[in-house]
Design a protein around this ligand. Structure first.
Ligand SMILES: Cc1cc2nc3c(=O)[nH]c(=O)nc-3n(C[C@H](O)[C@H](O)[C@H](O)COP(=O)(O)OP(=O)(O)OC[C@H]3O[C@@H](n4cnc5c(N)ncnc54)[C@H](O)[C@@H]3O)c2cc1C
Length: 479
């Protein structure tokens, strides 16, 4: 008879491994099942985020940004770097080393916290049982008082551009190029498409991004989205909106992509094509036939606000349930669910989940856009501040972008913060904390910020809500 657990988690991505560690910390006998086979042929923890997502993409974004700085910006600062070149294979090896360190680190954390790591494919076979098929095909059934499904997501494929080894790839393939493609096509101007397009554009690819929608980054405040589009265009990303891909043909080392736009049928030829049109839940087979856990038609597991499925004792978190597909959202859900299982009160504030696009400059936001608020009939007041007026931004050679705060016109409560600028991903934590504590724009305006910092732009934007920014001419009348 196999071991019996208080909690079995299926999937060791940022949702699952965090849930498992928290559950074990709270004294629950916990196991985590994982099937991901890493580059060295063994099972690795960390899921999409650590293996082929957040971490490897950021390793490439950082390296490619440093390359651009050394090539184009150092001279301005008086640094003579000579002829700067990029060794793509070395950049990739560094990325792989970071991934290996981190995934190995999760295994270490499991041991340190007493989480039992089970290798294989898990399946919920009843409300209190998980069957695991090991790599050798043997199956074992484990009893569990509680089950947490954290099976994650996989890239969406589209019929016009079937993946073709080394030529038409998804985001995972785009993290493995061993040389810089001359002409690179990216389908999808979402977060992942813009990040991966930026990496290769910085390294010298001519990048064309084909986006079916007519609007650019519709989830970001329009003013910030427009500024971002302009900045990325200036960097050389050719972003074609309203371009719907209809077909592709691999011709030797090239791929011809057909798309339609407002001018009719178009065609472009690329050396590589990255398909970044979104991700879908990876839930096929994770719930056995006959177990009544409900899934929607797209495969997302139905859960309530506290990630409970319709079957008592079975929870689901992260990318395989509703909400934004983000690592930190998955992790927070993991903590909430572990706390609930341990008998604590726990809930999550879905209104204050931050989003970041790690382009240069970064784009980060939390809460509503000005347009969202208006569409909901909320009267708002806003304050913006450009980094061009920030002393620290000038010193950093990073004067592009701006910070914007959206506040309720009546209560002054902060409804949203949207930033495009260097370190926007770090700065947005201020908006998250402010909103979490129900702060007003005045609360931020009355806060003492260190000088000189990029964060002062947030302070100035808060002051600008009432037309009181100090380091720029205010458009509004002062009271
Ligand atoms: C290129 C890229 C860049 C990204 N960048 C960011 C970023 O900067 N910030 C951010 O917040 N998010 C980012 N994301 C998204 C982020 O990776 C996901 O939101 C996050 O990994 C979701 O976590 P999860 O635990 O729900 O699922 P996953 O990380 O997908 O993990 C699920 C795990 O479950 C395992 N599994 C599935 N089924 C079974 C089964 N039956 N048995 C055993 N194991 C199973 C899988 O093998 C996997 O390891 C990025 C994604 C990509 C692709």
């Amino acid at each position: 008879m196999a071991d019996k657990f208080d909690v079995i988690v299926i999937g060791a991505g940022p949702g699952g491994y965090v849930a498992a560690i928290r559950a074990a910390q709270l004294g629950l006998k916990t196991a985590c099942v994982e099937k991901w086979i890493g580059k060295e042929g063994n099972v690795v923890h960390g899921g999409t985020c650590l293996n082929v997502g957040c971490i490897p993409s950021k390793a490439l974004l950082e390296a490619s940004h440093k390359f651009v700085e050394a090539k184009h910006d150092f001279d301005d600062m008086g640094i003579e770097a000579g002829d700067v070149t990029m060794d793509v294979k070395k950049m990739m090896a560094r990325k792989d080393k970071i991934v290996k360190n981190l995934t190995g680190g999760i295994s270490g954390l499991f041991k340190a916290n007493g989480v039992t790591a089970i290798e294989g494919t898990g399946k919920v076979v009843s409300g209190k049982q998980v069957e695991v098929t090991a790599l050798d095909g043997n199956t074992t059934t484990y009893d569990a008082e509680n089950i947490v499904v954290a099976a994650g997501s996989v890239p969406v494929e589209i019929p016009p551009t079937p993946l073709t080894e080394g030529l038409i790839v998804d985001s995972t393939g785009a993290l493995e190029f061993q040389e810089t493609p001359k002409r690179l096509g990216v389908i999808g101007a979402g977060v992942i498409g813009l990040e991966l397009g930026s990496v290769w554009s910085r390294l010298g690819s001519e990048v064309t991004v084909l986006e079916a929608m007519d609007s650019f980054l519709p989830m970001v405040d329009t003013a910030i989205a427009k500024e971002t589009q302009k900045l990325l265009k200036k960097q050389g990303l050719d972003i074609k909106l309203g371009a719907r891909v209809t077909g592709s043909e691999a011709k030797g080392e090239e791929v011809v992509v057909k798309y339609t736009d407002s001018n009719g049928e178009q065609e472009m030829t690329f050396d590589k094509l990255i398909v970044c049109v979104g991700r879908r839940p990876y839930t096929k087979g994770v719930i056995a036939d006959g177990v009544s856990v409900e899934l929607d038609e797209r495969g997302f597991i139905f859960v309530d606000d506290q990630c409970r499925t319709n079957v008592p004792g079975v929870y689901a978190i992260g990318d395989c349930v509703r909400g934004p597909m983000l690592a930190h959202k998955a992790s927070e859900e993991g903590i909430m669910v572990a706390d609930i299982i341990a008998g604590h009160k726990a809930e999550m504030n879905y209104d204050t989940i931050p989003n970041v696009i790690y382009t240069f400059p970064e784009v980060a936001w939390v809460g509503m856009t000005e347009q969202d608020a208006k569409a909901k009939g909320i009267e708002v007041k806003t304050g913006s501040f450009p980094f061009a007026a920030s002393g620290r931004a000038m010193a950093n050679n990073a004067t592009e972008g701006s910070a914007k705060i959206i506040a309720d016109a009546e209560t002054d409560r902060i409804l949203g913060m949207h930033i495009v600028g260097q370190h926007a991903g770090e700065m947005i934590a201020q908006g998250v904390i402010a909103m979490e504590f129900g702060s007003s724009a005045e609360d931020l305006a009355l806060t003492c910020y260190a000088h000189p910092t990029m964060s002062e732009a947030v302070h100035e934007a808060a002051l600008a809500v009432e037309g009181h920014a100090i380091h720029m001419a205010n458009r509004k009348k002062r009271k």
